[in-house]
Design a protein around this ligand. Structure first.
Ligand SMILES: [Zn+2]
Length: 229
């Protein structure tokens, strides 16, 4: 049996989220400029890794690999370059094409699949497909807050070393109606718009988990969000 990745839908999603311009060339996403550098890389890594997981057993997986390894990677590099008002080459020199970012202890970490990793992924690798959960339409913007620390809102997490994040949804930012098939990509997850702009205190583990697709907003108690203006 041959399973095909819906490459037209993937291309449409890539255009819709603004990874590419009308010519199909990578471009920066301005919604992400407000994020920390590491979070920008994690956002892209989360989307790229989910697609690689989801479409790995399709016979045209190679095309998905190109989208992740070229279009998404360079969109990320351009987003970092524009955020810091530098050139694409300067950004590549700083982060490398593998998009290495330094953590708080100064160690370099790699979240995005490297070009080599993607190349090594064979069409014969089979893993559990994970539903795409709306990650492509979600940005979490770190807020500076001098309020006392709130406990993490992930279920069963009581940590208080949290940072406040504000949810920004692509469909609100770009004025798209997810119910309109011409505007949205059929089958792609949608996060409910009532969550747009809510503020969530999250511990370092759970913000990582959210970005990298280990947990979704469903694993979070969104009713206990914090009111802020
Ligand atoms: Zn937590």
């Amino acid at each position: 049996m041959k399973v095909s990745a819906p490459i037209e839908l993937v291309r449409k999603a890539v255009r819709m989220a603004g990874f590419t311009n009308n010519m199909g060339r990578p471009r920066p996403i301005d919604l992400l400029f407000a994020l920390e550098d590491a979070d920008i890389v994690k956002w892209y890594a989360g989307v790229g890794r989910r697609w690689l997981d989801f479409f790995c057993c399709c016979h045209n997986f190679r095309m998905v690999k190109t989208v992740v390894s070229y279009h998404l990677r360079f969109s990320c590099i351009l987003t970092l370059a524009h955020k810091h008002e530098s050139t694409k080459l300067e950004a590549i020199k700083h982060y490398s094409k593998d998009l290495k970012v330094s953590n708080v202890n100064g160690y370099e970490e790699v979240y995005y699949p490297t070009e080599r990793d993607v190349k090594m992924m064979g069409d014969k690798n089979l893993s559990d497909p994970k539903p795409v959960d709306g990650a492509i339409s979600l940005a979490l913007i770190r807020l500076a807050s001098d309020e006392p620390a709130h406990p993490c809102v992930a279920h069963f997490c009581g940590r208080t070393d949290t940072t406040m994040y504000r949810v920004r949804l692509l469909q609100n930012h770009m004025n798209l109606n997810p119910l309109d098939e011409a505007q949205w990509v059929k089958g792609m997850g949608v996060i409910h718009e009532t969550l747009n702009q809510i503020c969530l205190p999250l511990c370092p583990d759970h913000i990582n988990g959210l970005y990298m697709g280990k947990i979704t907003l469903q694993d979070i108690d969104c009713t206990s969000f914090v009111e802020m203006d």
